[in-house]
Design a binder for this molecule. Sequence first.
Ligand SMILES: *[C@@H]1O[C@H](CO)[C@@H](O)[C@H](O)[C@H]1NC(C)=O
Ligand SMILES: *[C@@H]1O[C@H](CO)[C@@H](O)[C@H](O)[C@H]1NC(C)=O
Ligand SMILES: *[C@@H]1O[C@H](CO)[C@@H](O)[C@H](O)[C@H]1NC(C)=O
Length: 485
Amino acid sequence: MMIIYLLVALSVPLAAPFNAGSAAGSSQCHRMLKLLHGGAQVTVHMPPNVAGRWVSTSCEVRPGPEFLTRSYQFYHNHSFSALQFYYQDNHCTKPAYSLLVQGGVHLRQTSWVVRGGTEAEYQLHSVLLVCHSASAARNLAGRLGRGCGPAGAPEPGVSYELWSGDQGRGCTRALDFTMQELLLLRVEGRHRHGDPGSHTKELFLGDVHTERAQRRLHRPASYQPPLQSAKSHDAACAACRIISQSDLLHPPVLLSSADLPVRAQGHWVSQRCEVRPGVLFLTRHFVFHDDNYTWEGHYRHYADPVCRHPTFSIHAKGHYRQGPPSSRVMGGTDFVFTVTHMKVTPMDLATTSLLNVFSGDECGTEGSWRMGVEQDVTPTSGCAALGIRLPHTEHELFRTESDVSGRRMLFNGQRPTNGSSPDQAHKRATSYQPPLLHCSPGSQGALNAGREGDQHYRLGNGFAERNFADMLHLLIGGFITLTLF
Ligand SMILES: *[C@@H]1O[C@H](CO)[C@@H](O)[C@H](O)[C@H]1NC(C)=O
Ligand SMILES: *[C@@H]1O[C@H](CO)[C@@H](O)[C@H](O)[C@H]1NC(C)=O
Ligand SMILES: *[C@@H]1O[C@H](CO)[C@@H](O)[C@H](O)[C@H]1NC(C)=O
């Protein structure tokens, strides 16, 4: 077994007060981002050991929207038993129906589509359905239609076989049910900040297509929010505890809470090195000013899944408008963003060469790009090479929430899986990306600073840095269309 250890910077309390200098504009934010760069505090196991029970850490939102929690068990003999609990509300307090999915899963090779991921194959053996209320049963009866499930509405509390490999009965299509998420896996070990003794394990499974009709054939190119190991979950995670104790007939009922009004004001940073479909890894840092409705975004792109090798960074600015509560996604709020100014910095040789290939007035001054030197691309209306034309408008979905430690989180809309930009209102997302964490400019904050310690970095073969040809292929091939968020 090959194990990749990415053991970097242990988090230690910073003894001296942070030196407020010119960079103090976002010192806590920068410290939080610095912890992400280079995979601080993260251990990646290749191949992943998925045996055990894994549970959602909160009420999840899938495109549609669908509100659900998951509790998946993987056995050493390659069989799995996955519970999916669906709800009527965005806090997962009103169970509608649940599925028990049983089958087998076999790990295959390291993924070339998503570096750091492992591909797998799965077979379904059976899918059981249980409804939890009369209204959910009526609703499901309508969706399942004739010939599927029981004659008439399913009875609450009774399990029905929706799918069975033995009898060739397949009634899961009506629910847009799929387990394609099992085609891509990744397991990470993580030390909680400020507490090197604590350790949680997270299982990342493949993403769900944003178009429901495409779900069943979708090959994942990024991940859903991770599940946490039920054995080593964060003690503060009440949802984890509730979900790990439930079963098909006793769905988890999470603690109800009020929807917080979205207040985007302030600084927000990524919580981890994020994965975008099309082999993009990045960290994000946003600033929203709600007194004059302007915003800035700082995006750093990387070639590797622990955000160690930067490829380019973008600094975008513009204005925004906060709309009404979403009519489609309970708990969400509509926003509209426009970007009017943009600067680009190539940070590796491949990207620098690539930008220099583009001629004319498509991306900054022709042939003038230098590694590490920022250029304003506003005068050329953006950067054709990176798929950005200015001004550019996007329709967004936002939500704010507090995490288990009471830190404020900001969720924004999932990008359409087909790579298009949500530039019209009907393309607005119905699910979310991984949340950003609030950070205070210039304050000490709750996070301890990371101290760069000795870095151990052992990687297997085939993990070479992205070269020019790779990069060109990605950009020309249209795999990269940058979007605002
Ligand atoms: C795999 O192991 C689990 C738990 O030990 C058991 O319930 C299941 O029947 C086994 N599956 C197969 C295919 O042997
Ligand atoms: C908006 O307000 C922020 C802070 O209040 C300020 O830094 C920024 O320059 C303002 N932007 C514009 C375009 O007025
Ligand atoms: C891509 O997805 C968006 C939103 O999901 C949809 O409106 C659009 O028609 C799709 N475009 C293509 C080319 O499939």
